[in-house]
Write a protein that binds this ligand. Structure first.
Ligand code: UD1
Length: 380
């Protein structure tokens, strides 16, 4: 029997954690086969190769080597280079994850070739079109055939945008599948010893959103708050290349007890995160991972597309001004959030994705479990 061939597209650091558990279930499936495409949006070993090794990802079947560029250049380059691959592979579907430029570019290529698009992590909305990712999310969802959602606000957002209910599936969170899979390796990591912080209290910082790091005044404001927080708990700050470029331009002087470091791979970062007292971040995925780990998180943004991490998890929206960040920090000290793990963030999201794919292709498998599909009356 011919297997249905699915192209899985990954391009940037946060994609790799989502694709890894999916590939594991696809590659052991009797009915589906997976082809992995790396667009090359991220290409440094620190942002890409190390993640492939840490997540035990197989080498990509196709590497498009698109590299960096403006949004238009990068999106167009992925489209130009992916189209012949989708045609040559004669794919039955294209799976895209997350909200990066590669996600939108791949969805556009597939939709125009009339190849079904499966969007994993669909429906998240910050309602802030100033974020490039928000534009990627809205457009990708509009042209996807099946929309696989991590949290129930995702379902509501999609229904509000007129996406038919039958296309929407709440499957849980693939990031948390990867986290479960890698926690044991993270416990064996020697990163705490290498940094001489074993048994010590520390906080962790990540910043890479253009709105926070591209403008010196915005970055100064955040660094001012972090310097003050670091007087209470020393901070480790692995610096993303975008942020490094800004810091270099600003010729940043040492301020507070902040240690600037190179980016870490997945396993070492997971070890650091799970041992930290607080995480200050503008990342989407880290808001989810800290909620799953029960670690307090201050999100240095005005909004989040992942409200479940605030309503149910350990996340607090701290804003981007010095005074709002410090107010959130003090509130966190006085009233620490305990939080709980959101529904279906249980390490089994990939199995639910597989069930959706089986059902899409009409594969009648005894292994298909009942899906927590959206009930019409559950929608406000
Ligand atoms: C991208 C995603 C963002 C995601 C982030 C995770 C978009 C619009 N943005 O942002 O959603 O949260 O990845 O890291 O898709 N660079 C390197 N080495 C690399 C890759 C990039 O040095 O391997 C530098 C280049 O100078 C590049 C800059 O980082 O111009 C930005 O890279 P880019 O992929 O455009 O966006 P990110 O900020 O990484």
């Amino acid at each position: 029997m011919k297997k249905h061939k699915l192209i899985c597209v990954a391009g940037a650091r946060p994609n790799f954690m989502k694709v890894a558990p999916l590939l594991r279930v696809l590659r052991s499936d009797r009915h589906l086969e997976a082809v992995l495409v790396h667009t090359g949006q991220h290409y440094d070993d620190q942002l890409s190769g190390q993640f492939f090794r840490d997540l035990e990802l197989p080498p990509p079947d196709h590497h498009l080597c698109v590299g960096s560029g403006s949004h238009a250049q990068q999106t167009a380059e992925v489209m130009k280079r992916l189209e012949p691959v989708v045609i040559a592979e004669d794919a039955d579907g294209v799976i895209v994850v997350g909200d990066v430029n590669s996600t939108l570019a791949a969805a556009l290529v597939a939709a125009k070739l009339q190849v079904p698009v499966f969007h994993i992590e669909a429906g998240l909305r910050s309602f802030d079109r100033g974020m490039p990712e928000e534009i990627n999310r809205v457009l990708t969802d509009a042209i996807s055939d099946a929309l696989l959602v991590t949290e129930d606000t995702g379902q509501k957002n999609l229904l509000n945008e007129g996406i038919p209910e039958y296309r929407i599936h709440l499957v849980g969170n693939l990031m948390i599948d990867s986290l479960h899979h890698s926690l044991a390796s993270a416990r064996r990591s020697d990163v705490l010893q290498r940094l001489h912080i074993a048994g010590k209290r520390f906080g962790l910082v990540t910043l890479h959103r253009p709105s926070n790091v591209d403008h010196p005044e915005a970055l100064e404001e955040i660094l001012g708050a972090l310097a003050e927080i670091s007087e209470a708990v020393p901070l480790l700050f692995p610096v993303h290349p975008r942020t490094r470029a800004s810091l270099d331009r600003m010729q940043k002087r040492q301020n507070g007890r902040i240690t600037y470091l190179e980016p870490f791979g997945y396993i070492d970062f997971l070890s650091l995160m799970s041992n930290s007292s607080v995480v200050c971040t503008d990342s989407g995925g880290i808001q989810e991972e800290t909620t799953a780990l029960g670690i307090p998180c201050l999100t240095l943004r005005e909004n989040t597309e992942r409200p479940v991490t605030i309503e149910q998890g350990t996340n607090t929206l701290a804003g981007v001004r010095r005074n709002t960040i410090l107010a959130a920090w003090n509130e966190m000290l006085e009233h620490p959030k305990t939080g709980r793990i959101p529904p279906l963030w249980d390490g089994a999201a990939a199995a639910r994705c597989l069930t959706v794919l089986h059902s899409y292709f009409g594969i009648d498998s005894e292994q298909i479990q009942a899906l927590p599909l959206l009930a019409a009356n559950a929608v406000a």
